[in-house]
Design a protein. Structure first.
Length: 630
């Protein structure tokens, strides 16, 4: 074991040194938040529609999209999405032609066309955002049930059984511009707009008949509207104005809506629908914000949906300290100062469901000031913990953050991402792909586990406290029959199981507790022959663990970190996993670039370029801390 410890310490020193060299002068780490080609395609289509002269960007995005095409003609979100992704392919085909740098007769375009037709045509594309983009640019009618949701829903008071703020923050910020456009029957074309009509196998896009649950939800909305007072015309005008204000009031300093590129694109189309001139300052400012979200990946330009600066900086500062870097070291001091400057001091929409709490959380990206989330907040709090013990300014920041995280606990005992008690199941009835994951913000195993790990290991709270016991109870009651837990924001069952086990151990559950033993046994059962771990993005759609048949750095690190938390001594499986993790850090195969971050099952997966540093460094640091003998 001594030789193993020596090798691990050498790897920690190498990783730590490389990371400190990569830190920016402002204390941040800035890694690319890579998310497929979706935002690249949306940006091309938007910029061409508005005649935005950013030719280098459009050409760069075009080239990245083209390079990502598969031999079968399709585009994929991840390598083992064997059948390809029709929605992603439709978006890519459209953007390549819209850019003007690809022509209909080009061989790659022809291959894409054959794939789309073989899959049943554009009408079979299931993604709501794909269909919204097509409708906004004159390629199809606005899809049901979106076109059946009245914009007046925004006026429903929260006292009713169903109101607009029962939707999750993520879905609201996309839904509002969509409702504006559907209400206006909006579509816009430019001289650049390609004609996609030959890619429809029927005369009009396929529409699935509304399900019983979907009709029931729409009936709920319609019946609630009778509570609104005024003439139909006056109510309608008020609703449209409220929708417009909803967007304008949530624009961040960089011009983007809620710091998301996806909602910003939709907002810009919605503002056109409301009659805004393309040169209006709100529009030009938002375009600048989108332009600023570009980054370079493997020599190509891409658009990030929301740069991960706060998340990466918090996690890296925390991982470095766990690996032995002193909180007093200049790099850690700079990171902590940056993080403290990014703590939220004004209330956002989260306060609607949590009215008694003072602001104190952190958001995901550099420009985020109104949408804190539990995961980023606990990450930042871990990073500033040591300084809070000796500096009054950091202690004040720590206390505000701690109180905010505790206040966000759901009534069921678990923790959500963005908003408290936002889990009305009827909203998941919407006949929209991904509604089950996007429409609500329920307690999740990964969020609950990470909250408990922070509260136990850093705030020194345990199951003797009633609210901690309720969190642990929520986790143990949501364990899968096979011993795993599902994680929403990472792939998937490995991620959730790591978060749950480290959280339960931190608040005082013993290693021989049935849930802990069963979770650790599950991780051992899925260990790869090479000693590592790997899980496919297909898990979140299959709703069960699907092996990747390759080991990834982040998933191997998650599994190892969980097992280290459970076992007082290194087991042979931990030793094999640690050896494989170190090997992975020196490999650059496809598995090292596999997306292990998740957003929306089937439609949004993330390759965090920071993850091959953060999680391996954390797991190796915890190995030495626990087993290294000093």
């Amino acid at each position: 074991m001594g030789q193993n410890i020596t090798g691990i310490r050498e790897e920690i020193r190498r990783l730590s040194g490389e990371l400190i060299q990569r830190q920016q002068p402002d204390g941040t780490w800035r890694f690319c938040f890579e998310n497929g080609t979706m935002l690249d395609t949306y940006t091309i289509i938007l910029f061409r529609t508005l005649n935005v002269e950013k030719e280098d960007l459009i050409r760069g995005l075009h080239d990245r999209i083209l390079a990502a095409q598969q031999p079968e003609g399709c585009w994929r979100w991840y390598k083992d999405e064997e059948e390809g992704n029709l929605s992603a392919t439709v978006e890519a085909y459209y953007a390549l032609l819209y850019s003007g740098y690809s022509q209909p007769k080009d061989e790659p375009v022809q291959r894409a066309k054959r794939y789309i037709l073989d899959q049943g045509g554009i009408g079979k594309a299931a993604s709501l955002l794909t269909n919204a983009l097509l409708a906004a640019t004159g390629q199809r009618k606005w899809p049901a049930p979106l076109s059946l949701i009245p914009i007046e829903m925004l006026l429903l008071p929260s006292s009713l059984p169903l109101s607009f703020f029962d939707f999750s923050a993520y879905s609201r910020v996309h839904l509002v511009p969509l409702l504006i456009m559907t209400d206006r029957g909006f579509s816009v074309k430019s001289p650049h707009t390609p004609d996609l009509s030959e890619l429809y196998t029927n005369r009009s896009p396929d529409e699935e008949p509304l399900s019983r649950e979907n009709r029931k939800l729409l009936e709920h909305i319609q019946s609630a509207l009778v509570h609104l007072v005024g003439t139909p015309q006056r109510i309608h005008q008020t609703a449209v104005k409220k929708a417009e204000q909803y967007m304008l009031e949530r624009i961040e300093e960089d011009g983007t809506l809620y710091t998301y590129a996806s909602s910003t694109v939709l907002m810009l189309f919605a503002l056109l629908a409301l009659g805004y001139d393309p040169q209006h300052p709100v529009i030009t400012h938002a375009l600048d914000g989108l332009f600023a979200m570009r980054c370079k990946v493997d020599g190509y330009t891409t658009i990030q949906n929301s740069p991960s600066t706060v998340w990466d900086t918090a996690l890296l500062a925390y991982a470095l300290q766990e690996a032995g870097v002193s909180a007093r070291y200049p790099a850690m001091q700079k990171a902590a100062a940056y993080l403290r400057s990014k703590q939220h001091r004004k209330a956002g929409d989260w306060r609607i469901h949590n009215p008694g709490a003072a602001p104190g959380g952190w958001g995901f990206s550099d420009t985020n000031t109104i949408i804190p989330d539990v995961d980023d907040s606990t990450a930042a709090l871990r990073a500033i913990h040591s300084l809070s013990e000796r500096d009054p300014a950091y202690l004040e920041s720590w206390n505000r953050g701690l109180n905010w995280v505790i206040s966000m606990q759901n009534d069921d005992g678990g923790w959500p991402a963005f908003e408290k008690n936002t889990d009305k199941q009827m909203l998941t009835w919407l006949a929209i792909e991904g509604a089950k994951s996007a429409a609500t913000d329920p307690s999740e195993a990964d969020l609950t586990g990470r909250a408990l790990e922070y509260l136990g290991n850093f705030a020194k709270l345990g199951i003797r406290h009633g609210f901690i016991q309720r969190g642990a109870d929520w986790l143990t009651s949501h364990q899968q029959p096979d011993g795993s837990w599902y994680g929403h924001w990472g792939i998937c069952y490995i991620y959730g199981t790591w978060a749950a086990l480290t959280g339960l151990k931190a608040v005082g559950l013993p290693s021989d507790h049935a849930a802990v033993t069963k979770g650790a046994d599950w991780l051992l059962a899925i260990q790869n022959a090479d000693g590592g771990w790997g899980e496919s993005c297909r898990s979140d759609q299959a709703e069960r663990y699907v092996p990747l048949y390759a080991s990834t750095p982040s998933q191997t690190a998650w599994a190892l970190d969980a097992l280290i938390a459970v076992h007082n001594r290194p087991t042979p499986e931990i030793e094999r996993g640690t050896a494989r993790l170190i090997e992975l850090l020196h490999e650059d195969g496809w598995a090292s670039a596999y997306p292990t971050g998740a957003g929306l099952p089937g439609y949004f997966y993330i390759r965090y370029h920071s993850y091959r540093y953060i999680w391996p460094l954390l797991a190796l640091g915890h190995y030495v801390k626990k087993y290294g003998g000093g």
